[in-house]
Design a protein around this ligand. Structure first.
Ligand SMILES: O=P(O)(O)O[C@H]1O[C@H](CO)[C@@H](O)[C@H]1O
Ligand SMILES: O=c1cc[nH]c(=O)[nH]1
Length: 252
């Protein structure tokens, strides 16, 4: 929504945004992502939204932080789509849920469990929060080419970080635990907070969305720790995936 010629929250205009956008949660990660672009410049910084634009292989690309959680991620997506962007890759951190997913691994989401509120204000729960196939394929191929230990599959998106980390402290501990047990039984790979909202809002807006996550720890078996450069692998995978998508899009 334009106010005085700029998007209300992102404080940018359409000509400042590329077709391809990388979406980290953390505003502090934007400069490090923009460092992979040619001729990158800062566009705007407002609330949790930090926007940079540059070029990859001659194509205009942007990075925009979403903050934590579905509500602000959906706002970023809506305003970026209004600016003409149509291809989005979320780069985030997560906790490993399945026993096979360990700190230092990378997860590419095919879909997300909708244990959050934002997507419910777009579509009923029967509708799946699915990533866009061309992005899943580009991310999985990029991770393989980069030699990362990668898992591809379903993740969980939730609203309460501490409901995941210390569910036993919540008054609804039994409900949280029951759901968590269901996700582990179903082989859910990892837990984060924004992808379900992005995938469902993206479907409503007819744009392509995908997610690549850096695993910080396994929720069941590893102690919490945030290693230096924890987001690096996912950033490299997202940049390589966008290069692949640009090539594919230019061919078709
Ligand atoms: O590293 P980011 O992208 O912020 O992602 C994860 O980290 C935050 C919680 O610490 C949530 O936003 C979660 O989705
Ligand atoms: O366990 C984790 C780690 C990072 N982000 C999350 O949402 N959960």
């Amino acid at each position: 929504m334009l106010i005085d010629g700029k998007q209300m929250h992102l404080q940018c205009t359409a000509k400042e945004i590329g077709r391809y956008v990388i979406l980290p949660g953390d505003p502090g990660r934007c400069a490090a992502i923009a460092a992979f672009f040619d001729d990158a410049h800062a566009v705007s910084s407002n609330r949790e939204f930090n926007v940079w634009t540059g070029f990859l292989d001659g194509e205009k690309v942007s990075v925009c932080s979403t903050g934590i959680g579905g509500p602000s991620a959906a706002i970023a997506l809506e305003e970026l789509v209004e600016c003409g962007a149509d291809t989005f890759i979320r780069v985030g951190t997560c906790g490993g849920v399945d026993a096979s997913v360990r700190g230092g691994d990378v997860v590419v989401a095919t879909a997300a469990v909708r244990q959050e509120g934002t997507s419910r204000e777009y579509l009923p729960l029967e509708y799946p929060a699915a990533a866009s196939y061309p992005i899943v394929r580009a991310l999985a191929d990029a991770c393989e080419a980069l030699g990362f230990r990668t898992h591809v599959g379903v993740i969980q998106s939730k609203d309460s970080f501490y409901g995941e980390i210390r569910p036993q402290c919540m008054p609804i501990a039994a409900q949280l635990q029951e759901k968590w047990n269901a996700w582990t039984a179903a082989g859910v790979l990892a837990s984060e907070m924004e992808s379900a909202a992005l995938f469902v809002a993206g479907a409503c807006l007819h744009v392509r969305c995908g997610t690549v996550l850096n695993v910080l720890w396994n929720d069941e078996s590893e102690a919490p720790a945030v290693p230096e450069g924890a987001a690096q692998r996912g950033i490299r995978a997202a940049v390589e995936a966008i290069r692949r998508l640009i090539r594919e899009d230019n061919r078709s």
